[in-house]
Design a protein around this ligand. Structure first.
Ligand SMILES: *Cc1c(COP(=O)(O)O)cnc(C)c1O
Length: 389
């Protein structure tokens, strides 16, 4: 039997070893680690809400009202008012009949997808889908088909093939609104048309779009006016919303079924009600005039970053991936930036396909322009030749 040490040695030889490093400060635009101050490009905190005083105050207020923990799953201990208020708010904001919250985005996928499709059904996934969608698809027992990234022609062929064989099978197509490691966007309108034409259900993971896109910051579906035509809209409170937890917005019948069938909901202790109380404040903030201002600031930072590196401005997401190919090249680039006082993580297999290791820059509304200039100057020797988009 292979011992853990041998596996770890092999990972180290391949430049794929990961380890945890201690952070000596709160997350933010500057962090302290190993006694050094670093300018941070905090993964996913696109609006700077993780450090927002209103959210910290709401958490404290929530603990005073509802205590520290939920003590049991909601079906056992009862549903705390903040969970229900949050679900009502999400359903209204996402323009769906209902919503259900889970302890994480990962838990949404692995709980809900196997409750929606199973043996005899088909699930189709974009090649670059997040690990939680892949694991959920495998767990479901449905036949898994993977289509090349954003390849609508291939997806159309797969859908037509399934429908030719079986008119009645349940078919779920799952993809991301903003892809987490590439930062590009799915062709949502075409996906909605295609799934409708083939009587398939669409699952949209809005993890990196909520807070960032749409007039009210509710994501790509809102931005495109398509919320009413998507069966399942999932998202997380852990990225732009700065907190933790996940949600699924969907028609009432499906949500009622998930309360009965989604195992990560049924058999897992509810998130602290205080957290749900704070998430309500975060969602309201994102939809407010302040949220709009933060999105405008974020847009200015994205433009500034791309202009500074001579890249075009077509992209509008805060995830900027710089391809370096090999694991060693990505790790070396990240280490060089760290010596310059900048923290930009290297992303490697299995998070991204082999041979596509990269630096993943995550821009935030909280970055002052000087921070963007400093990063762009440090990246200049690398990036103009290697932007992924
Ligand atoms: C982060 C992420 C998730 C998981 O959300 P958590 O709340 O962190 O568990 C799901 N999908 C995508 C695309 C993500 O980036």
């Amino acid at each position: 039997m292979t011992q853990p040490a041998e596996i770890l040695n092999q990972l180290a030889n391949d430049g794929l070893l990961r380890s945890l490093r201690t952070l000596d400060s709160a997350p933010g635009v500057t962090i302290t680690r190993g006694g050094r101050q670093l300018l941070n490009f905090p993964p996913n905190d696109y609006l700077g809400l993780a450090g927002h005083p209103a959210l910290a105050a709401a958490l404290i207020d929530g603990v005073r009202h509802y205590g520290a923990g939920a003590t049991a799953p909601r079906l056992v201990c009862g549903s705390h008012p903040p969970h229900q208020q949050l679900e009502k708010l999400l359903a209204e904001a996402k323009q769906t009949e209902a919503a259900l919250t889970f302890s994480s985005g990962f838990a949404v996928a692995i709980g809900a997808i196997p409750a929606i499709v199973g043996k005899g059904d088909v699930i189709m996934l974009d090649k670059l889908s997040h690990a939680c969608l892949v694991d959920a698809a495998r767990l479901s027992g449905a036949t898994l088909r993977v289509f090349p990234h954003n390849d609508l022609r291939k997806l159309r062929r797969l859908l037509a093939g399934v429908r030719a064989r079986s008119a009645g099978a349940r078919v779920l197509v799952a993809t991301e609104a903003v892809f987490s490691m590439d930062g590009d966007v799915c062709p949502l309108r075409e996906l909605v048309d295609l799934t409708e034409q083939h009587d398939a259900l669409l699952w949209l993971d809005e993890a990196h779009a909520v807070g960032v896109m749409g007039g009210q910051g509710m994501g790509l579906a809102e931005a495109e006016g398509l919320q009413g035509r998507i069966a399942f809209q999932m998202g997380t409170f852990s990225k732009a919303l700065g907190l933790a937890g996940g949600y699924l917005a969907a028609p009432r019948g499906w949500i009622d079924l998930l309360v009965n069938r989604a195992r990560s909901f049924i058999y897992s202790t509810a998130p602290p009600p205080a957290l749900a109380h704070a998430v309500i404040v975060a969602v309201e903030l994102v939809r407010s005039a302040e949220g709009l201002r933060l999105r405008q600031r974020l847009g200015e930072n994205i433009r500034l970053f791309r202009n500074s590196l001579g890249m075009d401005e077509v992209r509008s997401t805060p995830i900027q991936a710089i391809s370096l190919g090999s694991n060693d090249a990505a790790l070396a680039a990240s280490a060089t930036l760290e010596q310059d006082g900048l923290w930009v993580p290297a992303i490697r297999y299995p998070t991204v396909p082999r041979g596509t290791a990269r630096l993943r820059v995550s821009l935030s509304a909280a970055h002052p322009p000087a921070a963007i200039h400093r990063l762009a100057a440090a990246l200049c020797p690398l990036s103009p030749r290697h932007p992924i988009h």
